[in-house]
Ligand binder design. Structure first.
Ligand code: PLP
Length: 437
């Protein structure tokens, strides 16, 4: 299997190259060159199929010719000491909990697989890498925990001082070891600008084997397809006619991974793209007009994206055909008021806390079932973060405080360790030379 840029199908690379490049040199995003034919495998899956088995199956197909079975096994085993969990709400709706990893959000699946795959490739070629990443919160904690103690890899995380939540800051700054946290006296945009400048700086790229781990990396997207397949295997015996996934979306990486699983043969009737007020994609699905705009702040802030990068991958999958895309993907946009209402209702009716992102998905799923009268349909809603990560919103909605899960309790009790730096490339350069030997 080769991987190609969304902007030029002649630009073909191996998985390893895509992994360490991040973005394609022409500014495009990498996608698999060909589809996989996995229908027969998917048909054979059942309730007893394990997440590891499914992850290994897909990884082995995608990396055929590049990695042997032993390497695939190591990557999957090291990446996933945690698993998704499926909670059935009723006949028509279930929730796929993706927050049982070390940072308590679904981004753990992508970050952890990326870290594991990089470690494997680096060991095989006896190289080192320095991961440089800017974060406004969630991405950084998933990357930090995923790369912690990985061999031959150092991680440097830049975050804007005073602008990430106290708990997120703890998650970024308390790991130690090969993880260095830089507290930048500036905004998230400053952090991002510094990271971009470092990548193109001749002196720094000569001194350090710099690599990115941002959300558009193919190595983070592919593993997200695994849990769609696993959820299908869990549910398939009871499914009637129609089966949908509802995906709370911001940058649309999660939804894209689901679309790939469908392309490879997963029998899904459709996908619901649920957004908050940042409804660029639902608007496109309705009108055929793609109109990116500055992002708007909402309660589900990990989905506050005004120009989702992975839309380019979605267009690529549907050959820029609007009708084709909207025959499979249904959009809906949920307000902040509806988000609070759902969190309150689901706590009252099912004694269950939802994070605000999951609440957006839950509401869109219910409305879809109602509006479309899909009586023989089942919707699986992806639950993207633990409710305790968004305490303020959950408390506002319910008046109650969800309990912190063990990884967050552990982080919250540790001492913060960070280097305070200014917002210029020179500041970054000085500290890199100081902390990386
Ligand atoms: C990143 C994130 C999302 C959005 O996922 P995309 O792949 O960017 O669409 C949703 N919920 C949470 C909690 C997130 O961290």
């Amino acid at each position: 299997m080769k991987f190609v840029s969304t902007r030029n199908s002649e630009l073909r690379v191996t998985f390893e190259e895509a992994l360490f490049q991040g973005l394609a040199p022409d500014g495009g995003l990498y996608v698999p060159e060909e589809s996989l034919e996995l229908q027969t495998h998917f048909k054979a899956l059942g309730r007893d199929s394990t997440f590891h088995e499914i992850a290994s199956l897909v990884t082995a197909y995608l990396l055929k010719g590049e990695l042997d079975a032993g390497a695939v096994h190591r990557i999957v085993k090291n990446a996933f000491p945690f698993e998704p969990k499926l909670v059935q709400i009723d006949d028509q709706l279930s929730i796929l909990e993706l927050y049982h990893g070390p940072s308590c959000a679904f981004k753990d699946f992508g970050a952890s697989f990326l870290a594991s795959a990089m470690e494997e490739f680096l060991a095989q070629s006896n190289r080192k890498a320095v991961i440089l990443v800017a974060t406004s919160g969630d991405t950084g904690s998933a990357v930090a925990t995923a790369f912690h103690n990985k061999k031959n890899i150092d991680v440097v995380i830049l975050y804007p001082s005073g602008r990430v939540s106290p708990l997120q800051e703890k998650q970024l700054t308390t790991l130690g070891g090969n993880i260095t946290a830089l507290e930048v006296d500036g905004s998230f945009d400053d952090c991002q600008r510094m990271v971009k400048a470092a990548f193109v700086d001749p002196e720094l790229s000569k001194a350090f084997p710099l690599t990115s781990a941002n959300s558009i990396s193919l190595g983070r997207l592919i593993p997200q397809s695994f849990y769609y397949i696993w959820a299908f295997a869990q549910l398939k015996e009871q499914l009637k006619e129609e089966f949908f996934f509802c995906v709370p979306s911001g940058n649309f990486g999660n939804l894209t991974a689901g679309l790939w699983a469908w392309k490879w043969g997963l029998p899904v009737t459709g996908f619901i793209a649920a957004t908050n007020a940042n409804d660029v994609v639902p608007h496109y699905l309705e009108t055929g007009i793609y109109a990116p705009r500055p992002s708007q702040l909402t309660y589900s802030n990990a989905m506050d994206v005004g120009n989702p990068s992975n839309f380019e991958r979605m267009e690529n999958l549907f050959h820029k055909n609007w009708n084709l895309m909207r025959s499979l993907v249904f959009g809906d946009s949920i307000t902040d008021a509806e988000t609070l209402e759902v969190i309150r209702d689901v706590k009252a009716s099912h004694n269950m806390f939802l994070c605000p992102h999951t609440a957006v998905g839950y509401k869109a799923a219910r409305r879809f079932l109602e509006r479309e009268a899909r009586d023989n349909g089942h919707v699986c809603v992806l639950s993207t973060a633990h409710p305790a990560k968004f305490l303020e919103v959950v408390e506002m909605a319910t008046g109650l405080t969800p309990e912190l899960p063990p990884p967050l309790v552990e982080a919250s009790t540790k001492e913060k360790q960070s280097y305070k730096i200014g917002k210029t490339l020179a500041d970054l350069s000085t500290i890199l030379h100081q902390v990386l030997k």
